[in-house]
Design a protein around this ligand. Structure first.
Ligand code: GLN
Length: 473
């Protein structure tokens, strides 16, 4: 029996949309094909929590009708007929939304997340809700209350997390893009493990409204694509101020009208990084040099504290964000008694990692420790922001690895949370600082697993980073 999926080839979004508008394929045929693939691959890799077959087919029919009756309207929709998937942290009205936790397995969302709605308004067809770590707590997908997702290229390995099902389903050929969330690397890490593009926007660029909160000052709605040109198209649709999320902002895109100066921050190239990964990045750096990019070694000293700071501040925000899950407003009801209901419901149905994060966060915020941990970590976060600003005075963008390792065996790190947290060491900084970052597939390791390269830029340089990705393709 084979241990991997056959990966079908797919066109980019705009060519696929054009095929539909030209009448080469109907929206229904395309949706049907992607639903069938979602079902058959899901049996092997557990990439979905919910497949929305009935809803997707109905919508596809409606869109085909629209194309017949008002083609001008269809022509205007930028994602007309394009199948896509979303991580099960995004609310979609009247749809089961579990956040990949057993505690919420019966929850039906009362409204739709802003960014999902924007995709639907442009004519996209939602195929399903993808598996992930509960509320995004994890780096491998193994904390999911619905079992781990498997890597499409090796069923014994993780596709990375927490947006495990988004990356795995897209790699396996389902949909043309997938929405994930990135609080400390959960889009970029699985993108690098699966050989996809993974984008984490500038904090405040894409609305968080309708997404299960993890660490509110870190969370960013990002997405996965197969092609860099799809990133531009999608972000044009997704970004923008939303009155339902007060942290969204509109600022001019930061563009650079010359060949960028590339910074290589030395702290991201320590001994913990696999040799195959380092070699691949160094090879790329050589490519930049021979193609007349100016490349500078730089230092961002406080980077060495980033992981520690992240694992104080994020669990703190996680623990306070969990207060709404009391078994009354949200969550399992196990007793009529308020206190028993809350304690027993949470004890029984919250996954182990959910409890661990709540405990770490509560401890860090508790009287007496708040100053020692939370406040101190906040100060280092401010220092990091300052150091990054300084770095971007001398270089235009930064190149680093995404992760110290490539896709690893399922079970390898599940008994040692610190080992699991260490996988995030290179990705959390962008979230601490609020800057955009993209994982770009560049190579494969000796066992054939993909390797990603991370590109980071100053706040609001997102568009510029997309153009850079296309230029170096
Ligand atoms: N792996 C990181 C964590 O567990 C990042 C998670 C995320 O970005 N959602 O916190």
């Amino acid at each position: 029996m084979t241990n991997k999926l056959h990966i079908p080839s797919r066109l980019n979004i705009s060519s696929t949309r054009q095929r539909i508008l030209n009448g080469e394929i109907t929206v229904f045929q395309l949706a049907k094909e992607h639903l069938e693939l979602a079902k058959s691959t899901n049996e092997k890799i557990n990439s979905f929590v919910t497949i929305l077959e009935e809803e997707a087919l109905k919508r596809a029919k409606d869109l085909d009708d629209m194309l017949r009756t008002s083609p001008e309207k269809a022509q205007q929709m930028k994602l007309f007929g394009i199948p896509f998937t979303v991580k099960d942290l995004y609310l979609v009205k009247n749809t089961k939304t579990t956040f990949a936790s057993r505690y919420m397995e019966d929850f039906i969302a009362p409204y739709t997340a802003t960014v999902v709605q924007k995709c639907l308004d442009e004519g996209a067809v939602l195929i399903g809700k993808t598996n992930c770590d509960p509320w995004g707590f994890g780096g491998s997908g193994e904390n999911s209350g619905f079992g781990p997702t498997r890597h499409p290229l090796d069923f014994n390995k993780t596709p990375g997390g927490s947006s495990s099902g988004s990356a795995a389903s897209l790699l396996s050929g389902v949909g043309y893009f997938s929405l994930g969330t990135d609080t400390g690397g959960s889009v970029r890490l699985p993108a690098s493990f699966c050989g996809l593009y993974g984008y984490k926007p500038t904090y405040g660029r894409n609305s968080r409204f309708g997404i299960g909160a993890m660490g509110s000052s870190f969370d960013t709605p990002g997405f996965f694509t197969r092609y860099p040109e799809d990133l531009i198209l999608l972000e044009e649709i997704m970004q923008g101020r939303d009155i339902k999320d007060a942290t969204t902002d509109v600022t001019e895109d930061l563009m650079i009208n010359r060949k960028p100066v590339i910074g290589i921050p030395q702290e991201f190239f320590n001994d913990s990084i696999d040799k195959d990964i380092k070699d691949a990045i160094y090879e790329k750096i050589e490519f930049f040099k021979t193609n007349d990019y100016e490349v500078r070694d730089i230092s961002i000293p406080s980077t060495k504290y980033a992981l520690a700071v992240y694992y104080i501040l994020v669990p703190s925000e996680i623990s306070s964000n969990r207060a709404r899950y009391d078994g009354v407003r949200y969550g399992k009801k196990v007793s009529d008694d308020y206190e028993i209901n809350m304690i027993e419901g949470r004890s029984k149905y919250f996954e182990k990692e959910v409890k661990r994060r709540i405990m770490i966060g509560t401890y860090c915020l508790s009287a007496g420790y708040g100053d020692e941990f939370y406040k101190k970590a906040s100060k280092v976060r401010a220092k990091l922001k300052f150091e990054f600003q300084k770095a971007f005075n001398s270089v235009d963008l930064l190149i680093t690895p995404v992760s110290p390792v490539t896709a690893f065996e399922l079970g390898l790190k599940t008994n040692d949370p610190v080992q699991m947290y260490l996988v995030d060491v290179l990705s959390v900084t962008a979230n601490l600082v609020g800057i955009p970052a993209i994982s770009v597939p560049i190579s494969k390791d000796s066992s054939g697993m993909p390797i990603g390269m991370q590109i980071m830029g100053p706040k609001w340089s997102d568009k510029y980073l997309f153009e850079f990705c296309i230029n170096i393709k």
